[in-house]
Design a protein around this ligand. Sequence first.
Ligand code: FAD
Ligand code: PYC
Length: 417
Amino acid sequence: MKSRYSIFSLARNALSYHEKWPQAWRSPEPKKSYDAVIVGGGGHGLVTAYYLAKEHGLTNIAVIEKGWLGGGNTGRNTTIVRSNYMWDESAALYEHSLKLWEKMSKELNYNVMFSQRGVLNLAHTLNEVRITKRRINANRLNGIDSEWIEPEQVKEWIPLIDLRAKGRYPVFGGSLQRRGGTARHDAVAWGYARAADALGVDIIQQCAVEGFDIEDGEVKGVRTSKGTIQTKKVGIVVAGHAGVIANMAGFKLPINSRPLQALVSEPVKPCVHCVVMSGAVHAYISQSDKGELVIGAGADSYNGYSQWGSNPVTEDTLAAICELYPMFRRMRMMRQWGGVVDISPDASPIMGLSPVKGMYLNCGWGTGGFKATPGSGHIFADTMAHDRPHPIAEPFALDRFKTGFLVDEHAAAGVAH
Ligand code: FAD
Ligand code: PYC
């Protein structure tokens, strides 16, 4: 029988739903009580709610967001996705996430524009060459695709780069993860929000968490700007503000909150075909599908909550970019912004139980949590549902700062912390 739907009408309907969803959808008012409350409507909070509902049958749950969905770091990052971290614990976490990225658009029926265009990390000193090669070996032992490429191959990938050894930043080669790439960050938040909403999750925007009701060390409720909600399970997923929320709950976290900034240029024709990062010079670059160069810097060197970056960092980053890619000296920058990232002492996340019973922590992702969004939520939902850390989350527990079993990923972080 002939179908009533042509492939074109299906595509047209899917597209109009995709485009209208964020505008057409409105936040409900909070109910008096929920089985679980997620604080923070960024990517990590939304995906946690999605998996709590989808895999653990918890649908009487709410995501509480003080601003708008994805308005924090989720909508402010430079969207680099990769899994080439050094230690086994991190490899398990980020590779779990990368595998979920590879099926995300299909699973959500929402095009998050995940583009596996490759992530290239340049080495500018002999020491960096050694560290990078060591990391490539570690990655390969963990089954993660990672390869060393020589300067001539770097030039083939990025013809506009200046490899000259006489420059301040000679390129001695780099590591390439071909499965790495970029995605559309706001679509990730909307995609998970729409899927969670369809499973019955209440997503409440413009509602700030202001305190908690805690009795005998156990959480009983969440105080918000729209009233108090009774609940016995609370997930804290507020990048950059985890320390503030922990203070409300009466404990301290070893977290520094710092602005991290990025810029985009005017749009130009395709000229940067993969993501190129230079840890040594705190500058990285990719090109958006609209043609803008997306340029990022290192974190500010002092704590703060501002959502833009400081000028010396911007200048240093752009100076490095202009030296590495002389042709970009003539480009104009269109926008600059920042986000508040939460940095832990070993540049790895803190995931799992907190000192308050029923309250769970997911923070400390620093400059690199976007790539972890699906994996983090998947593991965190399991942790919350079963009141014990998921096996992948175990090494990232808060008590590692007492035991000393750190997972130090400073060298694998995309940018300086
Ligand atoms: P967020 O998206 O910040 O969500 C937390 C939410 O909590 C916010 O929406 C906030 O409004 C809400 N909130 C805070 N306090 C309260 C309260 N009291 N009550 C209710 N809600 C509250 N990572 C990568 O992997 N690759 C990159 O290329 C990359 N680039 C980056 C570039 C920049 C400029 C920045 C700033 C970050 C970058 N990151 C990158 C890091 C990444 O963006 C974050 O680690 C990740 O997005 C964190 O997601 P999240 O959902 O935990 O946090
Ligand atoms: O973690 O890959 C990363 C990253 C790149 C830019 C900021 N973070």
